[in-house]
Structure formats: C-alpha cells, structure tokens
Design a protein around this ligand. Structure first.
Ligand code: ADP
Length: 388
C-alpha cells in the first residue's frame, strides 16, 4: 500500500488537515475544521478532541476510512521550537513536556499545537507522531542576523534571539525555485517573499538562510494581515504608561488589530483593491494607506536584503498574496532595473496555479511565483524521519 501522512496544523480556533503521499507528492484529502471552542448549538465545535473527530468524519464522508488511507505517520506543524528543537522529532511525553515549557515563547501558537498533538496521539496511538517546527530552517542563521542588540546575559538566560518563522515554506519554496531553474540551491542567492495572512521575507545563500524578517515571535518584520510587523518597542511602553493599556491589550492590538486590517479595515487583498478602486470616501483612503504602508515595508526589506546579498539570482513570491496579487508583485519590485530586477508585465499579469517566471527572459535576476506547499513539506519531513 502507498504510504500517506496525516498533516495537522492546529490553531486556537481551527485545525487544518491534509493527507498526502510523501513519495509521490499526491494530495489525498484536505480540509479545515473551524469555530473550535464556539457554542455547539450554534454550529461550533466544542474542543480540539471534537475537532479531531470532525476530521475523521470528514475523511469518511470523502470515502476515506482510516485503514484504507495507509497512514504511516501524523505530522504536526509546531510554530516555535525554541532554542533546541529544530529537527523533525518523534513526539513522546518528554517532547510534549518540553513544548509546554516553550509555550511562553509562542503563547498564541504553541498551546493549541500541543492540544492538537495530544488529541491526535490519543485518537491514533499506534502511529508515530512527528513534530515539524516552523523555526527549524532558520536555526543556523548567522549570529549577526540572529542576535538582538540587547543585554547579553538577559538574552541568554531567557533564550531571546531571532528565531524566524514560516521556515517550512521558505525552505520548500527556495528548493522549488532552484529546481525550476534546473540548478542546485548551492549555486543561488535568493530572496523568498512569503506573503499570506502572515508574511515574512528571507535571504538565502547556497541553500542556507542568512536573514529573515520574523524574530523572537512571528510579529517582527513585514506589515501583515492583522499583525503590525516592525514597530518601535518604545510604542509598547508608551501605550502601557500613557494610554493605560495592559500588556495583553497591547499584544492583542499588535497581533490582531494591526497590519492591513488595522489600517484599512480589511485583511483580504481582493477587498482592499476593490476599496482602493472605488476611489472616494474614507474607506478608500484608508485602504490606500494600508496598501501603501504594506508595499513600503516590503520594499524596505527587499532593499535591505539586496545590500546583504550583493547580487540576487532569484526573487520568489509565494503564499496567498504573493501567488495571486499581481499588483503587489509589481509595486514591490518596480523601479529596481538598476539592480537587475525587472518584471515582464504580461507574465506578471497572467494568473496561474503553476510555478512560473515573471521576469523577462535573460534578466540578471529571475523573478518567480511558486505556490508554497507546507503540508507536503511536512509530510516529506515525516517520511525522512521514518526512513532514517
Ligand atoms: P495563511 O497565512 O492563512 O496561510 P494564505 O497564504 O492562504 O494565508 O493567504 C491568504 C491571503 O491571500 C488572503 O487574506 C488574501 O489577502 C490573499 N489572497 C488570496 N487570494 C487572492 C487573490 N486572488 N488576489 C489577491 N489576494 C489574494
């Protein structure tokens, strides 16, 4: 029987699942269970254990019973691996305990992942469960890039460093970019722009990351759907002291009420463009500012990475916005011809689900759009653990 892997991405109110065959790359089934923790009478799902049952029921509805799927492992996306977890790791009680200790580093993301791991282990006790960390790819960032210029003893004691996130995607997409060009990652210097609801950039030389925009938490860097990205840390103390906001209020604001939603009242770039195009009124101006601030920050990072890399062989756009929004891609890279970066307007404007080049043939820097596939990358990481 062809082996498959169940990949789970457990958030606080949703669980995304996919069943994939790591060897062929085939996607067997996928779905999302939402509204976890909401009133069951109103169509909510009571808790993560109930959500796991919904996953099994959905698979059964699609004609997949657990025996026929040939599941060989369950792969769990874990956002934060902290200072010492970065290899894909078989889950045991000790690992769960370690993840609990790490929860303060990722209070919004790791606790639901732990819940997801626990209910899945109970539901599928005979399968290996493997944790794959979103921080893994960036574990070996050069010290100069990984270090915050703060008191060294405090940083060491509390494991404060730049960890980076979306690592599974940056790794996968940078490998796909090399494969698209028919070369090894070892020959390329790359910039990868993962622009989804969360957004991050990375600079990669010879297959190894040398910079990334997210830091201790997934809040640093680019303007995102609902997260601020970079702010002056002084802003936190100012709001705490002067506006009487609690630490929790400020954290919620920076995570959920900021970014393009905070500025433009909307996370979805399709709606944002409609509002901008409608042309008049406060909503349109707010949407315009949100978009402009998003592009401005993105260009600031691209420029910074150009300086770090010197020459860039390939720039790749990925995730929901990066794969679909031609205007974002154009506005991110316009006016950079002097650096060898150019887009072919026609190629950029032609929608597609496939990996594709959008720069003119022969341009010094190749610009690509490559769909990310974190689930497949996790399934493959699990297969590698099982084969080792
Ligand atoms: P997540 O970070 O949740 O995985 P995705 O990578 O799926 O997010 O990105 C979701 C975002 O992609 C949406 O909020 C929306 O802004 C954007 N998006 C999706 N489709 C399009 C499209 N056709 N045009 C522009 N933006 C799009």
């Amino acid at each position: 029987m062809t082996r498959s892997v169940l990949v789970l991405n457990s958030g606080s109110s949703s669980v995304k699942y996919a069943v994939l065959e790591p060897d062929s790359g085939a996607l067997v089934a996928e779905g999302i269970v939402e509204r976890i923790g909401e009133d069951v009478e109103q169509g909510g799902v009571a808790d993560h254990a109930a959500a796991m049952q919904v996953v099994f029921d959905s698979l059964a509805d699609d004609g997949h019973d657990l025996d026929s799927l040939g599941l060989a492992a369950v792969g769990h996306r874990v956002v934060h691996g902290g200072p010492d977890l970065y290899q894909p790791t078989v889950v045991d009680d000790a690992l769960v305990a370690r993840l609990r200790e790490l929860a303060p580093l990722a209070p919004l993301h790791n606790p639901p992942a732990i819940l997801g791991i626990e209910v899945a282990r109970r539901a599928l006790p005979d399968l290996p469960h493997i944790a794959v960390f979103d921080t893994a790819f960036f574990h070996d960032l050069p010290p100069a890039a990984a270090t915050y210029a703060i008191d060294r003893e405090i940083a060491e004691q509390w494991h404060v460093r730049r960890y980076g996130f979306h690592g599974t995607s940056h790794h996968y997409v940078s490998e796909q970019a090399a494969a698209f060009l028919g070369v090894g990652t070892d020959t390329l210097s790359q910039i990868v722009l993962h622009l989804g609801n969360g957004a991050s950039a990375s600079a990669i030389v010879g297959g190894r990351p040398v910079e990334t925009s997210m830091g201790l938490t997934p809040m640093e860097g680019l303007v995102m759907g609902t997260r601020s990205g970079d702010v002056d840390p002084g802003l936190i103390f100012y709001l705490w002291r002067t506006a009487g906001m609690s630490v929790e209020d400020i954290e919620t604001m920076l995570n959920r009420k900021s970014g393009v939603r905070g500025l433009g009242g909307e996370v979805d770039f399709r709606v944002l463009h409609e509002r901008i195009d409608s042309g008049d009124g406060e909503d349109s101006a707010a949407a315009r500012l949100a978009y402009d601030a998003y592009i401005h920050r993105l260009r600031k990072y691209i420029g910074g990475y150009l300086a770090i890399l010197g020459t860039v062989d390939v720039i790749t756009f990925t995730a929901g916005v990066g794969e679909n929004d031609a205007a974002v891609r154009r506005d991110a890279l316009t006016g950079l011809t002097a650096f060898g970066i150019e887009l072919d307007e026609h190629l950029n404007d032609s929608p597609s689900r496939a990996a594709r080049r959008i720069s003119p043939e022969g341009a010094p820097t190749t610009v690509l759009v490559i769909p990310t596939n974190e689930e497949l990358a996790i399934a493959r990481a699990c297969a590698q653990v099982m084969d080792a």
